[in-house]
Structure formats: C-alpha cells, structure tokens
Ligand binder design. Sequence first.
Ligand code: GUN
Ligand code: FE
Length: 435
Amino acid sequence: PTIHAHRSALIHSLGDPTETGIEKSFEYFEDGLLIIEEGRIVAVGDAQTLLSSLPADASVTEHSNSLLCPGFIDTHIHYPQTGMIASYGEQLLDWLENYTFPTEQHFKDKEHAASVAEVFLNELLRNGTTTALVFGTVHPESVDAFFEAAEQRDLRMIAGKVMMDRNAPDYLTDTPQSSYHDSKVLIERWHGKRRLHYAVTPRFAPTSSPEQLALAGQLLSEYPGLYMHTHLSENKDEIEWVKALFPERSSYLDVYDHYKLLGERSIFAHGVHLCDTECQRLADTDSAIAFCPTSNLFLGSGLFNLPKMESYKIKVGLGTDVGAGTSFSILQTLNEAYKVMQLQQHKLNPFKSLYLATLGGARALKLETKIGNFEAGKEADFVVLDYNATPLMSYRLEHAKNIEERLFVMMTLGDDRAIKETFAMGRSVHQRDAN
Ligand code: GUN
Ligand code: FE
C-alpha cells in the first residue's frame, strides 16, 4: 500500500469554537503535511517534523499559495433544482408552484435525471463540496440516477425520494402506500452501499397526509441508521398553512414529532421562525437544523437566529438549498451567513465558519467519525484553496496579517474560482485548471 502526502499550508477544525473557545477549535500548520494511505488520513502535522517519518517510496505533492482544508459539507440541497436556480420574483409557496413543481416533473425520465445528476455533482466538486444531504423528486428513478452517479465517483452522499401525496400537482404525487414501498426498495438497494446513505424525505408537512407521515416514521423504525430529511418553519405563510392542516398539533415541529420523525439523524432545513418549545424539543431529540442563508434571503423567508440555536445546543450545519439558494459555493454561503448575523447584531467568527462548513456539518449529519476534519483514520476528502484565485483576492491578501484574516477574506470573496482542486478518498476529483 503506497503512501501519498500533500504539503501546503493547512487548517482543520477540532471542535465548535462556541464550546471550546476559538484557540482550541482549530489546528493550523503554515508548512503542513497531510499523509494519506488507501484513501484515509494517516497523520497531519508540521511538514518539517513529519517528512522524515515518510517511507522512501512515499510521494509528496507540493501546493504553493494554497490552503488545504477538509471538503465542505452541504446539509441541504435539491439536485433536481439545479436547472432552475435564480428563478425570479416569488416567495416560497408561489415559487414552489410556479417554478419548482414544473421542473421536478421531468425527473420521471431517468435519462434526464442522470444528466442533471452529472451537472450537479460536477458543480458540487467545482465548489469543494464533497458530501451533501440531497433531495430527489417524488420519482424513485431520480434517486437511482443520483446514487449511480455518486457511487461512480465514490462520494459520501445522502439522498432520498420525496414523499408527497397532497397539495401538489397530480403528476408529482405518490400515495402513502406507494411512497412507503418505493422508499423501501431504494433503501434496500442503496442504504449502506459504499459511501451512500438513504434519507426518508417527506417534502414538508403541507404535502404529506397524516397517513404518509406515519409511514415515514415506520420506515425509520424498520431500518437502523436511516436519515430523515425535510423542511421546517421556513416562511410565515407556510407556518400558517401547517397550523390550518394540523390544528390538533401544538406547533409545526410537533407535527413531525407526533409521527416520530425527530432524532439524531433527522435534519430540518431552515428553522427560521421556531418558538422556544420547538428549539428545546430539537435539542432534546438531538435533531439538526440546516442553516440556508442564500435561500432564506433569496425567497425573503427571514433571518436565521444561529446564537439562539447555539444557546439550546442544537446541532447546525450549512445548506445551500439550491435551487432556492443562489450558489453551490459554501464559501458564498458563509459570505451571506455573515451578513445574516450582522443584520441581527451578531458576529460570525471565521473559525466558526470553518467549523460550520466542515466538522459542524459532519456532526449535524452524524458522520463525524468518517469526515469533517483531518483526524487519523478519517476519509481523505479535502480541498485546495487558492490564495491567488482572482487578482482582487491576491491583492487583498498581500497585507493579510494572519490565518484568521486570510480565512475571512477567502470566505467573503471566494467562490468556485477559489477551489483549485478537490479530493475524495485521496483521489483528485476536480482540477480547476484542467484543459
Ligand atoms: N419547502 C418545501 N419544498 C421546498 C423546496 O423545494 N425548497 C424550499 N426552499 N423549501 C421547500
Ligand atoms: Fe430546500
């Protein structure tokens, strides 16, 4: 087995700065070395110290003017919405009706689904995202196409078929029984294969009958390690609608709770307008929230209150939420997250941002034993960030004092151009400057 190493400036998260304090939350090596064997991390540290420990046949790749960091983790995104990103003019419910549902109908055609899955995965890797929690459409074909494409590239991905049996066009609805059966077939086919996991995916409370939500809960009880992925409390009209549809439930979250959809592998997108009881319940069940700043701004949904979630110790990851989100880039998502915090008189420290984009996302997805930082034994998914990505970035960084400032500039100005190369399981899966 051959050892390969990467020499570069290098940073990774060790913990949540909110819990550990900033200094203990990360490790930075100005001249660092990342040692990899068979797709896994063997060691990370100072190059001067580690180089002498390498066997004679080990190869070393040197990266200049670069910063290596763990691959980014997107905890909420819709692959079928790739082609409708930047659709003008509406807020959530009209946006779904006018743009989203018509777009999603085409994913019954597996060839179409497969071609969009390719564009989507290329875009993720171009932006340095190596793991994502992904919505399909109601069609099982959409999920087969996605997993086939992800398996080919050996990426760690989580996805599921949308369950949706009401309040949507006929061409996009299933039934409680068909959604249960179709999900089951997909679970048996894909869950736990290579680096793939299945997420039971009711779209959101308004588009599922009580019977369907109950069957979603049943699926979760039947298979260990399944994820649950849905939307929660994104938009004020949506919340009113849920109240009208489920008058017997005490809150939006309580609908999901009643059908046993909360838990340590449950990820709720948005959570912009949660009450204190809902926050407490998310914390008690170890459920996670996906913070989707570009989407929440684009659809005018509202400002996510991260410090409040932290005060309840709720797990939070970052989501692009493409196609309501306006960028595949986690760097751009952090740029917008910073502004969302500013509008609420809060700061988003660059090391906290790094944490959210990597180890925090891994924790939200219960994958922290496999990915999220450069701990020995973890899978070698990482990106090479380019300090000279653009003339402006080079110029701005000429007088950057330290790594904190460099990180912040990278997160504010950076996008796909800042991703020089992306690696999955130690293999190069995207080179910005290829051909
Ligand atoms: N709520 C229900 N479906 C969707 C969707 O596709 N995108 C967003 N942003 N919110 C939703
Ligand atoms: Fe979404």
